[in-house]
Design a protein around this ligand. Structure first.
Ligand code: NI
Length: 176
């Protein structure tokens, strides 16, 4: 078990973008995935992307049975996705609060596609394709954003809906 240090906002690696995995035989890939899972669980993240532990590869992990950072949310199947992509199923977007382990203590409202199809490969190179909506779809979009060098802070819907989680009113009405 290796809990890695999480890179926080301001470190250039987080906005650099990441490269596709090409060598699925490389033993360091398994180590990376285990470190991502250990680190995600340790910090109770909904997901984690490789750049957040300083690795410049397109690998994400997400999912939980229950998550103390997002206690109201339905479980998401624990998933490893290598070279992931997504497509919106419709143009419908939804507003909701997001946080990020690389932006500790802060939450902000981001507009995301409500329903997506996502694809990627697992550790064995097997193709994964799933439909997701709501928070599950949001988490996947957030994690793939990390691979493209975007933090949720760069996508804030309205800078007034951004602040410290200890004092924010998450029950306020979000509307345009
Ligand atoms: Ni994040």
């Amino acid at each position: 078990m290796t809990v890695r240090t999480i890179v926080i906002m301001g470190v250039p690696q987080l906005i650099a973008g990441a490269k596709n995995v090409v060598d699925f035989q490389d033993p360091s890939l398994l180590q990376l995935i285990q470190d991502l899972q250990d680190t995600q669980r340790h910090f109770s993240g909904a997901g984690l992307a490789a750049p957040q532990i300083g690795v410049n590869l397109r690998v994400i992990v997400f999912g939980f049975e229950s998550c103390s950072r997002y206690p109201q949310r339905e479980p998401i199947e624990e998933t490893v996705l290598i070279n992931p992509e997504y497509q919106p199923i419709s143009q419908q977007q939804a507003l909701d609060w997001e946080g990020c382990l690389s932006v500790p203590g802060l939450r902000g409202v981001v507009s995301r596609y409500q329903k997506i199809v996502y694809t990627g490969l697992d550790l064995t190179g097997r193709h994964i394709e799933r439909t997701a909506e709501g928070f599950h779809a949001r988490v996947v979009q957030h994690e793939i954003d990390h691979l493209d060098g975007f933090l949720f802070v760069q996508r804030l819907h309205d800078p007034r809906w951004f602040g410290f989680e200890d004092v924010l009113d998450f029950d306020q009405t979000l509307s345009d």
